[in-house]
Design a binder for this molecule. Structure first.
Ligand code: ZN
Ligand code: ZN
Length: 440
């Protein structure tokens, strides 16, 4: 009787259903592994397997936030990106035996195009902006994610000099340390409207910051401005360029896939590798106008690192002109040594850029011009595609001295023609300055 009681107690203490494990070896080198399963399967965990038999920590397999559309039909998806190990050969799955692990589909994303090396962009270090020493020793996590923030300061966006921007960084440190009682500035990096990158948190590369409430594994980058109602500022092109350079450097260094999702240790969940603060916290940060640019920023980083990265700039000197154009360099904010202008509403005048596209694909198209009050507000520009001309208009009275994105087009390899015309009402001028294509 006593023995039977003991046996019963043992049975009660044992797991209700034993843990089953399944090992899958990847068919080729991979940088990501994803899973697909049906509703009702809870408690699945995965771990990356290295060639020497060691495994990385077990991760709970949870739905990827950016794949929710796939829930239709009861299927659920998760994508995990492996960490820094270059010796990964497969993945281990474990779960309860009652739900067969065999029903879970596993797919591999080959590492056929390894992340290209990216160089660190110029960074103004802490001594350049007169940082106060931190009140704490730095700690470190393996960086797997990049978080986009804004400083929510409209006046910082209006700053006109480097010294003023540096002073704004110092003011943020004082705010974080004195007002909020933190031991140092929270952000890892800050980017001013002129595109200058400032080192934030002390402790060097990959130091753990304090920026989204979770922090371990995430590099926090703050855009200096207020990209949300009521100020509705928008990221300047230099800001975006610097963010892309900074993120590309970090992604290459840490083998982070800019378009992917992976386990964010601090959060304890799968999160997009490049995310906005609002994706993990109840906040408007980084603001509607910065958040809306995240997909494009991710795509630009990916293009730089994953074999795209083609950036083609053609100045006005590379165009072929018909009609009556005048070369000038008097207007501020022109690209390169000069630009050309033509009167609207007179005899037809065209500028045509023939771009040699090295590989077919989708390209973002941008133009640069010096703005002025006598410019035509509906300057006609176009691209020849499939024997047709597709046009749009640009307002050359505004947004001078920067790249202005017109949209994106799918281009065949080889010669493609972009153009600008003086068509329009009499009394204005159109300006042909520079054209830029970036492969997406
Ligand atoms: Zn934030
Ligand atoms: Zn600045």
């Amino acid at each position: 009787m006593l023995m039977l009681l003991c046996a019963l107690q043992l049975a009660t203490l044992a797991p209700l259903t034993p843990v089953a494990q399944r090992q899958l070896l990847a068919p080729t080198a991979f940088h990501s592994v994803g899973f697909e399963w049906q509703d009702g399967y809870e408690g699945l965990e995965a771990a990356i397997l290295a060639a020497d038999g060691t495994i990385e920590p077990w991760w709970p397999v949870v739905e990827a936030a950016d794949m929710r559309i796939s829930q239709v039909g009861g299927k659920r998806y998760a994508a995990l990106v492996h960490g820094s190990s270059s010796t990964s050969v497969g993945v281990l799955l474990r779960g309860v035996a009652a739900k067969s692990l065999a029903t879970i589909q596993v797919f591999w994303v080959p590492a056929s195009t390894p992340l290209a090396l990216a160089v660190q962009p110029p960074i103004y270090n802490r001594s350049s902006w007169g940082a106060n020493p931190a009140n704490c020793a730095p700690t470190y996590c393996n960086t797997t994610h990049i978080a986009l923030h804004h400083t929510a300061s409209a006046s910082e966006y209006a700053s006109s000099s480097w010294a003023q921007c540096a002073a704004n960084v110092k003011a943020t440190q004082v705010y974080h340390m004195v007002t909020r009682g933190w031991c140092d500035i929270g952000y890892n990096y800050l980017i001013c409207p002129h595109g200058d990158v400032f080192e934030g948190r002390g402790g060097g590369d990959n130091v753990r910051g304090a920026h989204d409430g979770f922090n371990c594994g995430s590099m926090g980058v703050a855009m200096m401005g207020y990209f949300h109602t009521p100020y509705n500022q928008t990221l300047t092109m230099p800001m975006k360029d610097s963010f892309v350079d900074l993120a590309a450097w970090k992604c290459a260094q840490q083998n982070i896939q800019p378009l992917g999702s992976s386990w964010y240790a601090g959060l304890g969940a799968v999160e997009q590798n490049m995310y906005g603060h609002r994706d993990v916290s109840n906040t408007a940060c980084p603001g509607d106008f910065a958040y809306a640019e995240l997909p494009w920023l991710r795509a630009r980083v990916d293009a730089l690192l994953n074999g795209g990265g083609t950036e083609i700039i053609l100045d006005n000197g590379a165009a072929v002109y018909s009609g009556n154009w005048t070369t000038s360099n008097s207007a501020a904010g022109h690209y390169g040594p000069d630009y050309r202008w033509a009167n609207t509403g007179t005899a037809p005048a065209r500028a045509l850029w023939t771009v040699n596209i090295p590989s077919a694909g989708r390209y973002q198209v941008a133009m640069w011009w010096p703005a002025g009050s006598n410019r035509y507000p509906a300057t006609l520009v176009g691209v020849a595609l499939h024997s047709s001309i597709y046009t749009t208009t640009i307002n050359q009275q505004i947004n001078g001295g920067q790249w202005n994105v017109l949209g994106s087009v799918s281009l065949a390899g080889g010669a493609n023609t972009f153009g600008m015309s003086n068509a329009g009402a009499l009394g204005w001028v159109v300006v042909a300055d520079a054209l830029r294509l970036i492969k997406l």
